[in-house]
Design a protein around this ligand. Structure first.
Ligand code: SAH
Length: 355
């Protein structure tokens, strides 16, 4: 049986959710989003122009190259320790890793490669791009013997969130119900006031608080590892650097925003990443938070203008395409401001460029 057969024969998620809701009542949004994305990513490649969304490494090789240079630079200034592990969280098609590893190799950095990935379909593509990689279900099995050079691009935004909403009766968890032939968000029955910071106890009705337990868990483990083993990490995602309230849940299908409560498992569900909370966790675990900056500022500081000029000089007939790709990555109207880059490292490791 191939992955395609499994995907095709699986019971539609809508039917499963309806049955669960019929038996147990509304599902938590956390459950709904987690199951939907597990199904969504399991058996298909959602990336690229023919897919549902496109990511920075798929826009231009410059992205992976500059990430590779950043890691190589901190590694050299840390004394070029060997062995060293390159770890990527949710590597997609393996494009970022391939571009980063090629750049690292030019300066003498040839790490062992570890991919944390759950999707069967994407693992197969990753094996073509980076044949020497080893795969892991989570960080737990990544080696503990040497420093880690970690990258996660658009990984944390796919992890499920819990939403709490202030109702007239106090704080409640946001649940998903089935009514009038569709899924809809509703406030749960159970009081959740104890789960909300004291300052928000009397927040205005309708105030919504979003948290991502999965992202917090990954950050905790990663930071503990960096503190103990040394190394550095770049986490890149669309998100916010200062605390905020409100729902950021959205669904993307064929490059268009769609209703997250229609056709679960068939669109990519994402939320903005709360980088403020992640930085707090990193510090608590003994790692150094190097900073959180916009993707545009980060790539400019690493010399994307020069890199684009060089590529254009080498392939003048592609100069326009290269310029457009660069604009897409760094301009404020496109990915430049909404996307953030957070740097974290072991306490003995040097501060990287751009922070
Ligand atoms: N980093 C890639 C892909 C981003 S899409 C790029 O920038 O192009 C999100 C990636 O995370 C996919 O590879 C997806 O399969 C993986 N992923 C999502 N949830 C995951 C989970 N819970 N555990 C492991 N991998 C996950």
């Amino acid at each position: 049986m191939t992955a395609d057969d499994i995907g095709a024969s699986a019971e539609p998620l809508t039917a499963i959710f309806r049955r669960l809701i019929g038996t147990y009542g509304p599902l938590s949004l956390l459950h709904y989003m987690g199951e939907s994305n597990a199904r969504y990513y399991a058996d298909k490649d959602p990336l690229g122009t023919a897919g549902d969304f496109i990511t920075a490494p798929e826009i231009s090789q410059m992205f992976g190259e500059l990430v590779g240079l950043w890691l190589a630079d901190v590694w050299m200034r840390a004394g070029s320790p060997v062995p060293v592990h390159y770890v990527e969280l949710g590597p997609g098609r393996g494009t970022l890793a391939r571009d980063a590893l090629r750049t690292m190799k030019r300066v003498g950095l040839d790490p062992q490669v570890h991919f944390v990935e759950s999707s069967r379909a994407l693992k197969a593509l990753q094996a073509q791009a980076v044949p020497q990689a080893q795969w892991h279900d989570d960080l737990g099995t990544v080696p503990t013997d040497a420093p880690l050079l970690v990258v996660g691009n658009e990984f944390l935004d796919a992890l499920p969130v819990r939403q709490l909403v202030r109702t007239a009766k106090g704080w409640r968890e946001r649940m998903v119900d089935w009514a009038e032939d569709r899924f809809r968000p509703v406030a749960g029955e159970k009081p959740m006031d104890a789960a909300v910071p004291g300052v928000l106890a009397d927040a205005e009705e309708g105030t919504l608080l979003e948290t991502c337990p999965g992202a917090a868990a990954v950050m905790q483990e990663l930071s503990g590892r960096l503190a103990a083993q040394g190394g550095a990490a770049l986490l890149i995602d669309y998100g916010y650097a200062e605390p905020q309230t409100g729902s950021t849940l959205q669904a993307l299908r064929a490059h268009t925003k769609v209703d997250p409560f229609t056709a679960p498992g068939e669109a990519d569900l994402t939320c903005l990443v709360d980088f403020a909370v992640l930085a707090e966790i990193a510090v608590k675990e003994g790692a150094t938070w190097q900073g959180t900056v916009t993707q545009g500022a980060f790539l400019r500081a690493l010399g994307i203008d020069l890199r684009a000029a060089k590529l254009a000089a080498a392939a003048p007939h592609h100069a326009d395409t290269i310029q457009r790709a660069k604009d897409r990555l760094i301009s404020d109207e496109q990915m430049g401001s909404l996307f953030k880059v957070m740097g974290v490292s072991g306490p003995q490791w040097p501060q990287g460029a751009g922070f």
